[in-house]
Design a binder for this molecule. Structure first.
Ligand SMILES: Cc1cc2nc3c(=O)[nH]c(=O)nc-3n(C[C@H](O)[C@H](O)[C@H](O)COP(=O)(O)O)c2cc1C
Length: 236
């Protein structure tokens, strides 16, 4: 029987995607896991590589003072030393998805270190699609990241953004308190307006559908630039 795979006698190689990411409080990782399922359902081979700080960072940070300090330090794009990447990252991939949180309007410290240290070699002539997980303020992060990636010689056809869907000002207060180790969802006053930290199940499903869209586009050779990865759920 003739199938798509054996048409013309040439077996089709699966497309390969590297998911290169950092996640401090698990939000990026949750989105990526679902996105990876969507990619795999389209027959894409997925390799996941997490950036590992040399000195592991602990979530939650633990105190209000330490959280405030981290907010200030990260505003100045403090790098965080990371372990060497696995050799698998240097293999051929049709696409690299570079994913991580926004830290004080910038990419996170581990991602900045990877870009400084490995970017010019690892990302040169690669197609890189960033995925940003944030509370809601991602534009500076995106513009800065895009220009670093271009300087590394990468092609950046598009980007994905997921914001926490809680309303302001509760979202900002809630994220800060959560980072400081509190439980704002259960607090008497804030808990009425701030129901959950992070992304919703609907957003995880959306990440899965993005995975399917990307997988299908890679299989068909459709340019990724034509997609809109910002919609109502992702960016309220
Ligand atoms: C130090 C620090 C600074 C942050 N600064 C921002 C910010 O400027 N804008 C924003 O939208 N979210 C900010 N956030 C929130 C995270 O981007 C958000 O919670 C994200 O979903 C976390 O992803 P992760 O769990 O994968 O680390 C900050 C978080 C931390 C820890």
């Amino acid at each position: 029987m003739e199938t798509a795979e054996n048409k013309g006698g040439v077996p089709r190689q699966p497309q390969r995607v590297l998911l290169l990411y950092y996640s401090f409080s698990g939000q990026t990782m949750g989105l990526l896991n679902r996105l990876a399922v969507g990619l795999k359902e389209q027959g894409v081979e997925v390799v996941m590589e997490k950036l590992r700080p040399v000195e592991p960072l602990r979530f939650p940070i633990g105190t209000v003072m330490a959280t405030f300090k981290m907010m200030i330090i990260t505003l100045f794009r403090r790098r965080v030393a990371i372990e060497e990447l696995s050799d698998v990252c240097r293999q051929e991939f049709e696409l690299i998805i570079l994913a991580g949180p926004t830290w004080s309007y910038n990419p996170s410290g581990p991602i900045l270190t990877m870009l400084d240290r490995d970017g010019p070699v690892l990302l040169r002539d690669r197609v890189v699609l960033p995925l940003i997980s944030c509370r809601g303020y991602w534009r500076m992060h995106w513009y800065g990241l895009r220009s670093i990636l271009r300087r590394c010689g990468a092609a950046v056809p598009n980007y994905m953004v997921f914001s926490h869907p809680s309303p302001e000002p509760w979202r900002t207060i809630g994220v800060f308190l959560k980072l400081a180790g509190k439980n704002p969802e259960r607090a008497m006053l804030i808990g009425r307006y701030y129901r959950r930290f992070g992304h919703t199940r609907q957003q995880m499903d959306e990440a899965w559908s993005f995975g399917r869209m990307i997988g299908e586009a890679l299989q068909n050779g459709t340019p990724l630039a034509g997609f809109n990865f910002l919609n109502k759920i992702s960016v309220p």
